[in-house]
Design a protein around this ligand. Structure first.
Ligand SMILES: NC(=O)c1ccc[n+]([C@@H]2O[C@H](COP(=O)([O-])OP(=O)(O)OC[C@H]3O[C@@H](n4cnc5c(N)ncnc54)[C@H](O)[C@@H]3O)[C@@H](O)[C@H]2O)c1
Length: 299
């Protein structure tokens, strides 16, 4: 029950869905938690402090320690205030879980600039801004001799890593988050920071109608609470996982392979189009497993 005792954790988008489950479990495990959520619609419209306040009330009712914060993570000043809230109220920051997100699905041929920008902004910039302020704090702490395990946990998606129709904006952001995670791990490892990302699949308001229904009996693989134990594990100070992306669904934790070099053609000269036409035919029928290969996936 106290796997996270002494840890200070921020969870963004923790008013609902997956983030709420992460925050509740980590608080039950003894972490002091900043519950961030702007309280927007699924498409990112509006704001309401109630979802963040509700999760915070649930945590307190369970005897946990937390504080609610409802600024947007995609805003520079909101993200700075989020990181400062953890440090000012709880004296430190050990774990940042970037989870807040929205959807504006549209086929590429019909997508508006606003639909593209808003999704890229909340996900990609909404991961960057809090990570930026956490990273500079963690670097300064390390240089001042305060050497502790720090964990950055990002939220990617198979929609980006495997590609899902109708989600070029969301997929681009989520693939970008996976790359950002790998680079953050390489940059921040020297300060004791481990960076990982999850690509979750669960039933929330974002996946309504796509994910499995609650089974009549037995284990419910779509329950969003199934994702939280792995996130909490990544947050523990004894965890040594870093630089990875994990697909998480129900009782499955699957390490994803990053972009990798595959089949090659090579000559000791500059290619001509004509020679490429002949040689590239060996690539033409190569297909990699896509999102269709996932059983009972969501987004
Ligand atoms: N549910 C799934 O199966 C699934 C699959 C892959 C990835 N994800 C990702 O998991 C994360 C959580 O999604 P969810 O399914 O729990 O959705 P959700 O809609 O239930 O929760 C997301 C929360 O983020 C908040 N939010 C939105 N914009 C914000 C901003 N700018 N600042 C702060 N908070 C903001 C919303 O108010 C909402 O409460 C998202 O990043 C989503 O893309 C979910």
């Amino acid at each position: 029950m106290d796997e996270l005792a002494g840890r200070v954790v921020i969870v963004t988008g923790a008013g609902r869905g997956l983030g709420r489950e992460h925050a509740l479990l980590m608080a039950q495990e003894g972490a002091r938690v900043v519950v961030n959520d702007i309280g927007s619609s699924t498409s990112g419209e509006g704001s309401d402090p109630q979802p963040a306040n509700e999760t915070a009330s649930e945590i307190r009712a369970l005897g946990g320690e937390c504080i609610a914060h409802s600024d947007s993570v995609a805003e520079w000043t909101g993200a700075r205030s989020l990181i400062n809230t953890a440090i000012e109220h709880f004296g430190d920051l050990h774990v940042l879980v970037n989870n807040a997100g929205i959807l504006r699905d549209r086929m590429l041929a019909n997508m508006s600039c606003e639909e593209w920008d808003s999704v890229i902004r909340v996900h990609l910039r909404g991961h960057f801004c809090p990570s930026r302020f956490a990273a500079s704090y963690w670097r300064d702490q390390y240089k001042a001799g305060h050497r502790e395990d720090r964990s950055l946990i990002n939220t990617s998606s198979t929609s980006g890593l495997l590609g899902n129709v109708g989600q070029s904006n969301y997929g681009a952001a989520k693939a970008g988050i996976a790359s950002m995670t790998i680079i953050a791990d390489k940059e921040l490892g020297r300060y004791g920071v481990r960076a990982n990302a999850i690509a979750p699949a669960a039933r929330t308001r974002l996946t309504e109608g796509l994910s499995s229904q609650v089974p009549d009996e037995g284990f419910d693989p779509g329950n969003p609470a199934n994702i939280a134990p792995f996130v909490a594990y990544l947050a523990t100070d004894s965890c040594d996982l870093h630089g990875h992306i994990y697909f998480i669904h129900g009782g499955t934790v699957q390490l994803m392979q990053p972009w990798a070099l595959h089949d090659a053609i090579s000559i000791n000269d500059r290619w001509t189009i004509e020679r490429l036409r002949d040689s590239c035919s060996q690539f033409a029928d190569t297909r990699f497993p896509g999102i269709e290969a996932l059983s009972d996936s969501t987004e």
